[in-house]
Design a protein around this ligand. Sequence first.
Ligand SMILES: [Zn+2]
Length: 109
Amino acid sequence: MSAHAGLPSVRWSLRGLDDEGNEAWLIRGVSRKLYRCPGCHGDIEIGTEHTIVQYVHRLGGTEHHHWHRRCAEELLIPALRELRRIPAGESSQAKLEKRGRRKSGRRRG
Ligand SMILES: [Zn+2]
């Protein structure tokens, strides 16, 4: 965990795999509207730095949620495996959606 302290940031996103082998990308964001954090069910106020969690499903398709940074650090990140940091430019929503449209199958590291 400490290796990824303070991430995701402006420069670095994180990517890991969940129990089912779906990719979970953690991206720093600033909220433009009110979101509900799935971790604590509390509000994420507008203008708050938070963590966007975008799943790229193993069988195709994407889905994203907005989390408090601390909730993601405490509840989500510990459940991911093979967590690594990725330059933030590689984790734009457009790129991840494209990744989600790719046919399922072998996926390189
Ligand atoms: Zn929360």
